[in-house]
Design a protein around this ligand. Sequence first.
Ligand code: BG6
Length: 293
Amino acid sequence: MTLIDTLNRDWQTRGLRFAEGPGGLAIAELTHEGASATVALHGAHVLSYVPAGAKPVLWLSKEAIFKDGKAIRGGIPVCWPWFADHPDEPNYPAHGVARTRSWKVVSTDSASLTLELQANEATREHFPHDFVLRLQATLGDALAIQLSVHNPGKSPFTYTGALHTYFAVSHIDQARAEGLDGRPYIDSIDGKTRKTQAGPIRFQEEVDRIYLETTDTCLVNDNGWDRTIRIAKEGSHSTVVWNPWIAKAQRMADFGDQEYQEMLCVETTNAADDAIAVPPGETHKLALTLSLA
Ligand code: BG6
């Protein structure tokens, strides 16, 4: 019996089955009234979300690498237990360890599944704490994602992280991100200077910003495809907006040189000042709901 057969025998439901995805990775295929979504067990990584009759909401690079130990470029990587570079250890992997590990299925329901990652010897090398991460993905009229972070240990730990969502847009010139007007942000490409957002965010150069003090719903407005994506969240006081633009796109091996024109990231985060301390026995939940407005 293959891994896919075993997964289907144990977990298949109406609206959820397992299949072999790109690179031979096991993926869950969720369907609900014409909408679909796929989630790889590798990294608990949401790869696609297509509302009924619509174009894909999520962007996935044509150059993405689907391989054990590698992060997938596009979809929704789970960044954890640190966002971006590790604060003290420059050689640790960017965006933490969760996105490159294999998670296991712990429950399924109609068009819904929960994946889990627990601390092990390998994760302790970079993060010396016990933890239980659960990622629940539920497809309905929207795609709802919840990342819960439980501390089963005896001492508190602090982490940063993200549901690092890549959105597909018709063309970057036609797209803008809204919902952050008036919010302070750290400009990561201008020496981490603190600035204040004025109006919607348009993209005419590299953008890499950590917005702070925001629990707001964001919108991705796309004139080319005449659509608005709604990004609602809970358990987060920060939002990251990113487009690598030309030079950084060229530097990334798993990102096509022109692909910066087709995507932008609005990431639901616990980043920078929004680090989360989890006392022993407690759980923090970060939730994201994606829909077309
Ligand atoms: C974003 C960061 O969240 O992720 C960027 O703000 C970073 O600075 C980007 O370049 C992609 O990171 P990675 O590790 O997937 O290449």
